[in-house]
Design a protein around this ligand. Structure first.
Ligand SMILES: CSC[C@H]1O[C@H](OP(=O)(O)O)[C@H](O)[C@@H]1O
Length: 355
């Protein structure tokens, strides 16, 4: 099994501290919702699916500790859960997964409060079960995405041709509960022995590519090369790259996609060089409530993430910095959206959502 970013057992939650990778592999306990909020906000755990799962599991951890004496009634439990879930949603704004799973838990809370056949202890156990189900569903979605993505690319190349692909940021086991989305497609292509080579970008400033994706590719023995973000155009000019696979933090109903900063420029380059460009994400990453990418909030992070490397300042004192964590790739640059239900063209996506 690929690297585990999240370990969870009956109310005990640990995450791999991704700020220390690849030098150190350290798991830390998350014992409260506050612990989870901080781990998400500081990016000790990151990745759209992973932060949703960790956030919801931290509520399960707190509920596991509640014995009968601390469970007064369903409305008091609801009040506490609503406050904690709404607080979790403030940890990072762009990825839709966290807010979607929080909204799903809030709907479950409302349903259980309204159901007179459910007592407060049963309500607690059902909320725990709902949160715990996210782990296995994510892995299953990712493996389906892997198969769909591999099929989509292999039907576009001649039989027997091994493919060369590029990926940006980290979308593997370290961004999910296992296997990964875009990196899950690459894992599947590798399992099918159809990978010629993988190029991964370093992905400044957090360096998800250099520190995390390179770590996963080496760990899996996948032939790969790390390049600087600024080298993508030169690579596309010099080398036959069959496709780009990236993840998503939030997809609008028209297919515009928010993903790690640098994705948009890679999409423009892919279009210019006639290279297939796939976004890989579970359908739960689509926010059908927004018409286009213009409505996606883009998180801006601390200047220090740009000015410092390993605690050492590298930028001139006094320089201003702009550090958006994401950008939006217009649907017109996206070949297909690889989901667990199939490869969907951006202009077909809206048909899958609520009208
Ligand atoms: C499996 S999607 C992961 C998605 O999240 C990453 O952002 P961050 O590392 O800031 O959480 C990046 O946008 C990836 O595509």
């Amino acid at each position: 099994m690929s690297l585990k970013s999240i370990k969870y057992e009956q109310g005990q939650l640990q995450i791999l501290d991704q700020l220390l990778l690849p030098a150190k592999s350290v798991y830390i306990d998350l014992k409260t919702v506050q612990d989870a909020w901080s781990a998400i906000n500081t990016m000790q755990v990151r990745g759209a699916p992973a932060i949703a799962i960790v956030g919801c599991l931290s509520v399960a951890v707190e509920l596991h500790k509640k014995d009968a004496s601390s469970l007064t009634n369903k409305n008091d439990l609801k009040t506490e859960l609503v406050s904690k879930l709404r607080y979790l949603a403030t940890s990072r704004p762009t990825a839709v997964n966290l807010t979607k799973e929080i909204d799903a838990l809030l709907s479950t809370v409302d349903r259980l409060v309204a159901d007179d056949s459910v007592d407060v202890t049963s309500m607690k156990l059902k909320i725990i079960e709902s949160a715990e189900r996210l782990l296995a569903k994510d892995v299953s979605d990712n493996m389906a995405i892997g198969q769909v993505g591999a099929n989509s690319l292999l039907t576009s190349v001649l039989d027997g041709v091994n493919v060369t692909v590029l990926t940006h940021c980290n979308t593997g086991s370290l961004a999910t509960s296992g296997y990964g989305t875009a990196l899950g497609v690459i894992r599947r292509l590798h399992e099918l022995d159809r990978i010629a080579h993988v190029y991964c970008t370093e992905t400044r400033p957090y360096m998800q590519g250099a520190r995390l994706t390179a770590y996963e590719l080496v760990y899996e023995g996948i032939p790969s090369t790390l390049i600087c973000d600024s080298m993508v155009a030169a690579l596309f000019k010099k080398t036959c790259v069959h496709a780009v696979f990236v993840g998503a933090d939030r997809v609008a109903r028209n297919g515009d996609t928010a993903n790690k900063i640098g994705t948009y420029q890679i999409a423009v380059l892919a279009k210019y060089h006639g290279i297939l460009f796939y976004v890989c994400a579970p359908l739960s990453s689509v926010d059908f409530s927004i018409e286009s990418g213009d409505h996606i909030t883009i998180e801006e992070r601390a200047e220090s993430e740009m000015t410092d490397v390993a605690g050492q300042r590298i930028a001139a004192e006094g320089i201003k910095c702009w550090n958006p964590a994401f950008d939006v790739t217009p649907a017109s640059l996206i070949t297909g959206i690889i989901t667990e239900k199939g490869c969907i063209t951006p202009n077909e996506l809206h048909k899958l959502g609520p009208v």
